[in-house]
Each structure stands twice: as C-alpha cells, then as structure tokens.
Design a protein around this ligand. Structure first.
Ligand SMILES: Nc1ncnc2c1ncn2[C@@H]1O[C@H](COP(=O)(O)OP(=O)(O)O)[C@@H](O)[C@H]1O
Ligand SMILES: [Mg+2]
Length: 302
C-alpha cells in the first residue's frame, strides 16, 4: 500500500500527441511536422504530475481504457510517482487522446480531443477515506462522483481546488464546495464579457471561494483573497509550447496549499511553475522539482 496521499485528483487523463508545426495547416494540405512527441496529458494528470514532481504525494482517480494509451498513461504516471491504484480500467474501452498542434514561433497550441469511451467514475468507486485523509482535492468537472467527493472534502476540511472544464452555468452546483477556483481567462471572459478578469476573481470570492484565480497566460494571474486583489506576473522564459501551463499552475498551487505559505508566496510559486512548464513540448517535459523552482525564483529576483 502506498502512503496516504496529500492530494487526490479526479479528472481528465489523456495521451497527448504533440506535433510542432510552422503554422496551422490548410485544408487538404500535407505538411511536414517539425517534431512529434507523445506524453500523458489532461488537466488532472498534468496537475498531479506537477505536484508529484515538486514532492507531494498525489493520487489520481480516473477511468482509462484497456488500450495502449491506457497502459502508457499508467506507466508514465507511475514513473512520476503518482499513485495509480485508483486508475480504473474500462474493459474494451478507449482512453482519451488529444492531437495538439504546437505553433513553433509562439508556442501557442490548438487541441483536438476524442473523449474516453468509458463511463465517468461513479460515486461508489471513490473511497471516502481517500478524500477525508487528503489535505487537498483537485477536480475539473461536475458529475456525481466529483460532487460527492467535494461534499466529503468540505465535511472533512479537505481544501477543494477546481479547474473548471465546463462553463460557469454548468459548473455552478459545485462552486459552493470549492475553496480555490483557478480559471483561465477565456472562462472569465465568457462569464463577464465586459469586465476585467479581476472582477471575475472577486465574484468567485463573493460566491464563497477562499482564494480565486484567473490565469492570464504570459500576463500572469490575478488573484483575489481576503486581503485584496493582486496581479502576479508570469516569468519571462523561452517559450517552446504552452500546453499544460495552466495545469502546471494548478499542480503548483495544490503543492503550495500544503506548505501553509502566505498567498503572495503561493501565487509567485505557481506562476513560476506555469512559466517554467512552457520551456519544453508538452505538459510533462519541463515540470520542475522544488529545488529548480527555488533556483528559478532566486535568479528572477536578482
Ligand atoms: N507565454 C508564457 N510565458 C510565460 N509564462 C506563461 C506563458 N503562458 C502561460 N504562462 C504561465 O502559466 C500560467 C497559466 O497559463 P495560462 O495560459 O493562463 O493557462 P492555460 O494553460 O489554461 O492557457 C500563467 O499564469 C503564467 O504564469
Ligand atoms: Mg495559455
């Protein structure tokens, strides 16, 4: 039995097929890729790999297929030190796969995903003790299982961090259980098109969050918490691929919540990890260790 996890995550696990291109191809064009790579991806998988790389004990709860992709996801997550004992397998099912075109010059990415063919994780497949003994729960969508887990977490004092893969109106029933919503800019703009992202962070705080974050890509992230609202910048890096920047930010925030740091330190740390993750292709390849983040932040200060 692995030691009990600090962080439990329920959510998306994929295999990402990353193809670096000089520009987006036209219809019927045959283009030669600059490079190809395959990595596990998905919101939960990258966030938990990020937290594990930093040194946290992280466990993933998800369903994969019994296909080659599923075998690969399990193998790599295990190599990364993520507890895969609740990675459930759908017999005859196919795991989620994503094709990601990475624009070489900017590192911007275009993603096409084929969802998994298996059922979502059901409430009966989650062990209450996993949630109540963890200190942080990561979720990325609303379904019976995540709702139940979030309720259990709230009862037990386990913090709940949300990366909403659904728009506000669809994820709303979950929000009352969420302590730390961390949302991307497009999500914030969809919710309040005429307001600055800071207004969305403040609204999420008004709706019960303890800390609310809108990530803004190369402009960093705006954070609202009891002491106020502040934008924490991103860090300049040689951007190769922005795939997984947000997920790495989430993973770093999960880790930071375990450290008991003041908010500004958590926000700078997560921003550094998000930026550092842009330095190589895919969500996994540039994930830093704790020592690497500390060095990076020390160098950025001087
Ligand atoms: N081009 C970039 N240069 C430096 N840091 C970046 C860049 N893009 C993202 N980041 C870092 O990663 C964090 C999350 O990125 P963001 O683009 O907002 O998420 P997503 O992956 O959901 O698009 C940002 O807050 C920032 O710290
Ligand atoms: Mg981005």
């Amino acid at each position: 039995m692995p030691p009990s996890p600090d962080i439990v995550g329920i959510g998306v696990c994929t295999v990402d097929h990353l193809v670096t291109v000089p520009r987006l191809p036209n219809r019927n064009e045959n283009m030669t890729a600059i490079s190809y790579d395959r990595q596990p991806g998905g919101l939960a998988a990258i966030a938990l790999m990020a937290a594990a790389r930093l040194g946290a004990r992280a466990k993933i709860i998800a369903r994969i297929g019994d296909d080659d992709s599923g075998i690969y996801i399990r193998q790599v997550l295990q190599e990364e030190g993520v507890d895969v004992s609740q990675l459930l397998v759908e017999p005859g099912g196919e795991s989620q796969v994503s094709v990601i075109l990475v624009h070489e010059a900017s590192g911007d990415r275009s993603i096409v995903s084929r969802p998994p063919t298996g059922r979502p994780v059901s409430p009966g497949e989650i062990d209450r003790a996993d949630i109540t003994s963890a200190r942080v729960l990561f979720i990325d969508t609303l379904n019976d299982a995540t709702l139940q887990a979030a309720r259990w977490a709230q009862d037990a004092g386990t913090k709940v961090l949300l990366d909403p893969a659904l728009p506000y109106a669809e994820i709303k029933p979950l929000l009352r259980y969420v302590d730390v919503p961390i949302v991307p800019e497009y999500w914030a703009r969809a919710l309040m098109p005429n307001e600055a992202p800071a207004a969305v962070a403040e609204r999420l705080l008004d709706e019960g969050a303890e800390i609310a974050v809108v990530t803004l890509g190369e402009r960093g992230a705006v954070v609202a918490w009891e002491a106020g609202t502040e934008t924490f910048p991103a860090y300049p890096v040689d951007v190769v691929d922005t795939t997984g920047a947000g997920d790495a930010y989430h993973g770093a925030f999960l880790y930071a919540l375990l450290q008991g740091w003041e908010l500004p330190r958590m926000a700078r740390f997560a921003s550094a990890v998000g930026s550092m993750n842009c330095r190589a292709v895919g969500g996994r390849n540039a994930l830093p260790t704790r020592a690497e983040v500390d060095q990076f932040l020390a160098a950025a200060k001087s």
